[in-house]
Design a protein around this ligand. Structure first.
Ligand code: ARG
Length: 466
């Protein structure tokens, strides 16, 4: 027996005389992965049955029997007793077939006024909507982990880089808060695209609508959709929401990957800004001294599959004529893997910042005090005394060159040397080029001055409280 009708020739109708070639049955089936949509398929069918009763297509009693049968399938699945096979083709057929086995001829009424084309689109949107909410919660946890580290190191400085060359010292909290901003944009993007996920295609049927008296607003409301698709062809052939979601997830991964790259650098002997705790680091099978940053490396590496799924979806969709095409079956594994990977990476990065690394303030302190990243502040000092910036810039360039030749730092120059360079220098130059003063001086809005960072921190905390 095969397929939803139990006919020997497959799931469809008496038009088919022969069963599928076994290899083609395997090739065609999506049950191996779309069983993920079981709960949403049951929810959608329950809403559909009740709607059919509301418009008089089914009696109230028939609808309630169908609902009871569908709930029985849910219970069987929870008990591990619903295990469809390849012959069921996909989750939609599998549920319908079980319903018919449970209820007899009444089970055959469920699919009235509906097609798998609008059904699968409904299931997928319901599922993705829930996953978007789960990803939002995972981003919030990650942000909290960053904020806790930022709070704990509100006074600590770190070298700021451009071109991966020491540029100017900054607050460590300021650096971490940059990632909180990215995460907030990710959340905003997901919130926005969720609106377009939450539109109901049910009732488009195969492609053109249905002569059966249905009430699309009824099912849409029952399933928590905000609206219904206006055009039945668009309803069954739109996968824009899958692309939008994959693009947003790709950006989440880009942000996690950039942070991962920094942690990998920071954990190296060369930087030494963090040490990895045993909770998130692994050893080498060969070199006993090693502690490897596997977590950020894996996050960085997993970007490939998520970006790949985005590309895969775009290519899969681009040549499809209206309306439904079986190509769409390929959207599921891409979305499932994108969601799984994004959630896993967000969780791993949250744990990394919660308990997987410790910053090394003594190393950071030493790093910001042992370079020329205060050179801009010497120029700014002269500018404050009325020297044109470009002239000051030239003077300081020569000074840095001289220091490099002598192997000394700016703060090691005696006052006479400063004054030889320009009479405007006074003894307060030494305070002006202390790293803490260099950071504190950058009070422009959004700058790294401690009180500006305090404002950022407070705003970020408040945002997460709402
Ligand atoms: N398994 C199919 C999918 O994932 C369900 C829709 C099938 N519709 C059809 N006309 N064959 O897209």
């Amino acid at each position: 027996m095969s397929g939803v009708t139990g006919g020997k020739a497959g799931s469809w109708s008496d038009r088919f005389e022969q069963g599928l070639h076994p290899a083609i049955e395997r090739f065609n089936a999506s049950i191996g992965f779309d069983i993920t949509l079981l709960q949403q398929d049951l929810d959608g069918s329950i809403a559909h049955a009740r709607m059919l009763a509301s418009t008089g297509v089914l009696t109230a009693d028939e609808a309630e029997q169908l609902v009871a049968g569908l709930e029985q399938v849910r219970a069987e699945a929870a008990a591990g007793q619903f295990n469809p096979g390849l012959e069921d083709e996909d989750v939609h057929f599998a549920v319908e077939r079980r319903l018919i086995a449970l209820l007899g001829p009444l089970g055959k009424k469920l699919h009235t006024g509906r097609s798998r084309n609008d059904q699968v689109g409904t299931d997928l949107r319901l599922w993705l909507r829930g996953q978007i909410d789960a990803i939002d919660a995972a981003i919030v946890r990650f942000e909290r982990a960053l904020l806790a580290q930022a709070e704990a190191h509100a006074e600590v400085m770190i070298p700021g880089y451009t071109h991966l060359q020491r540029a100017q010292p900054i607050g460590l909290a300021h650096h971490l808060l940059a990632y909180v901003e990215m995460a907030e944009r990710d959340r905003a993007r997901l919130r926005d695209l969720r609106k377009r996920v939450n539109i109901c295609p049910l009732g488009a049927a195969a492609l053109a609508g249905t002569p059966v008296p249905i009430d699309r607003r009824h099912t849409a409301a029952a399933l928590g959709f905000d609206d219904v698709y206006a055009n039945s062809l668009d309803a069954v052939s739109d996968r824009d929401f899958a692309v939008e979601f994959s693009a947003a997830a790709s950006l989440v991964m880009v942000h996690l990957s950039r942070l991962s790259e920094e942690v990998i650098l920071w954990a190296s002997e060369e930087f030494g800004f963090v040490s990895l705790t045993d909770r998130c680091a692994t050893g080498s099978s060969l070199m006993p001294q090693k502690k490897n940053p596997d977590v950020p490396e894996l996050v960085r590496g997993k970007c490939g599959r998520v970006f790949g799924h985005l590309q895969g979806l775009l290519v899969m969709i681009k040549g499809l004529p209206l309306a439904y095409n079986k190509d769409f079956q390929e959207d599921k594994e891409a979305l499932f893997d994108t969601v799984r990977t994004t959630l896993d990476c967000l969780e791993a990065m949250a744990i990394l910042f919660e308990e997987g690394l410790t910053f090394r303030p003594e190393r950071l302190e030493q790093a910001v005090a042992s370079d020329f990243s205060n050179a801009t502040d010497v120029a700014d000092y002269l500018v404050a005394k009325g020297v044109p910036f470009r002239e000051a810039y030239q003077l300081v360039g020569g000074l840095v060159k001289g220091c490099l030749q002598e192997g000394i730092l700016l703060r090691q120059l005696p006052l006479e040397r400063w004054q030889q360079l320009h009479p405007a220098f006074e003894a307060d130059i030494f305070a002006a080029i202390e790293p803490r003063q260099v950071v504190a001086a950058r009070r422009s809005e959004g700058g790294t001055a401690f009180e500006q960072v305090r404002l950022q921190l407070d705003r970020a905390q408040a945002r997460l409280r709402d």
